[in-house]
Ligand binder design. Structure first.
Ligand SMILES: Cc1ncc(COP(=O)(O)O)c(C=O)c1O
Length: 461
């Protein structure tokens, strides 16, 4: 049988991992290998594109394609060959995609072939006028496609004119605050809250306050007691970042009432709301918003890949003009080619199919990770029941040394975060925030967790 692109990709990866192909070695040209294997050029091209994307190969233009000379390969250990796992030295390369790094989608399951096809079509169809500056608010067909998707899947009721295309979280948040906030406005953020968000807000918001999060999400009673006068509340209602809890319905209502009565804005960061496993996808907070006080923002970082750098804001109808004026000055649009590829991906149904597949896959990988944690660490960590998202929190049963443990795991290339570092105020909890989407087997999850076991137990005891 002729090999498919995935088999060619795997052959290269394994040969590089086993040291058969060495850094700097030249690999055959696409047409030569395609002829040799009797496969279409596209098949080899796809395999090479993935290998280049993952850093195994580099392309040197006319001088051909080589094994990345910067790969640091040590002699492989025999048992690693036997189990087929990667040698330590390659992990740095894979690591960029992230072992256990929270929030990275399953990169091995992305439909690269389809994407490459759409990319080719989009590139060939580029018209000269599209080579000028991209539209500041986003390419209109993409705004239409996103509006359709959100109305069907996230329960919104928005028009394409309300959708603004950004570069992701910080682009969206900056534009929202640039457009609607004044420097004297009080902004509240969740505690614990998304670490990168906290860092960004500390730099740009003079009056930043935090509101504690418990098992029902943001503590809205606390908000009303201490920060009723806030103008903005930035929240992750579907799947709190990082505690992974869902904002309860009574609290959602309380939050919406507060915003309606006080003329405040709620910024709903729906970063991974697509992923719920034990019940149907939860409706967004925006879908309950009677007074049009919720500004909804989302991203394709979790559903497609973080390097895409495409996110969006759904602007309340009353603010579209203000956003347009502001974006005209402070924004410069996103790459048109990427927007066109993404539009085709959405409009041709691939996005829905991909999400459906990912929901099933993530649930399996999440179960593996939770079971592997128990197998390797017994009851030293525990997880809480919640049904969605792309990361888990492994709480420490005893002690508060999550920073030391996270540092130790990072030395083993396990890019987990210490939960306590995501807190600003008191009431800290301790644990590890970890992703699981790129763990390809249960055995791999166990092997990864075994790596820092000895030191972790020493820190814990
Ligand atoms: C809470 C939260 N919001 C938003 C994002 C998305 O960020 P971006 O769109 O910039 O990739 C992330 C990514 O990790 C996140 O954890």
């Amino acid at each position: 049988m002729k090999p498919g692109y995935h088999e060619i990709y795997s052959r290269y990866r394994d040969n590089i991992a086993r040291g058969v192909l060495k850094p700097g070695d030249r690999v055959p040209a696409i047409r030569v290998l395609a002829a040799q294997l009797k496969v279409a050029r596209k098949t080899v091209e796809t395999a090479y594109a993935i290998l280049i994307g993952e850093g195994y190969l580099v392309s040197a233009g006319a001088r051909g394609t080589r094994v990345n000379p910067d790969l640091l390969l040590s002699s492989p250990k025999p048992e690693q060959q036997a189990t087929g796992t990667l040698p330590e030295s390659l992990i740095g390369q894979r690591e960029r995609a992230g072992f256990l790094r929270p929030g990275v989608p399953s990169l091995d399951a992305f439909p690269y072939k389809k994407w490459l096809l759409l990319a080719g079509q989009a590139t060939r169809a580029m018209r000269q006028e599209e080579m000028l500056s991209p539209p500041v608010m986003g390419w209109y067909p993409l705004r239409q496609a996103i509006a359709r998707y959100l109305n069907i899947s996230r329960g919104l009721s928005c028009t394409a004119e309300q959708v603004l295309i950004t570069s992701g979280y910080s682009g969206s948040l900056r534009l929202i605050l640039d457009t609607l906030a004044s420097r004297s406005d009080k902004v509240v953020f969740e505690d614990p809250g998304y670490f990168m968000g906290q860092q960004l807000l500390k730099r740009i918001v003079p009056r930043l306050h935090t509101v504690p999060v418990d098992r029902s999400g943001l503590n809205t009673d606390y908000l009303l007691r201490h920060h009723r006068d806030a103008r903005f509340a930035i929240v992750t209602p579907s799947h709190q970042s990082p505690l992974a809890v869902t904002l309860s319905l009574p609290r959602k209502q309380q939050l919406l009432d507060w915003a309606g009565q006080n003329g405040a804005w709620i910024i709903e960061d729906d970063y991974d709301g697509e992923f719920h496993y034990t019940r149907k996808v939860l409706p967004s907070l925006k879908s309950l918003d009677q007074h049009d006080r919720v500004i909804f923002m989302g991203t394709f970082s979790k559903t497609i890949m973080p390097s895409l750098r495409i996110g969006y804001v759904v602007m309340p109808a009353s603010t579209v003009d203000a956003f347009t004026d502001c974006a005209d000055i402070v924004a410069s649009g996103q790459p048109i080619l990427t927007q066109k590829i993404l539009t085709a991906f959405l409009n041709e149904g691939h996005f829905f199919r991909h999400l459906k597949k990912m929901r099933a896959l993530y649930q399996t990988r999440r179960d593996w990770m939770i079971a592997a944690l128990r197998e390797v660490y017994g009851d030293r960590f525990f997880t809480e029941q919640n049904d969605g998202g792309m990361h888990i929190v492994a709480f420490l049963t005893k002690g508060s040394a999550d920073r030391d443990i996270a540092r130790c795991w990072q030395q083993h290339q396990l890019q987990v975060n210490a939960l306590s570092e995501w807190y600003c105020g008191s009431g800290k909890r301790y644990g590890l925030v970890m992703g699981y989407n790129n763990v390809r087997t249960y055995q791999e999850a166990v092997e990864l967790l075994e790596r820092p076991k000895q030191q972790t137990l020493e820190i814990m005891d």
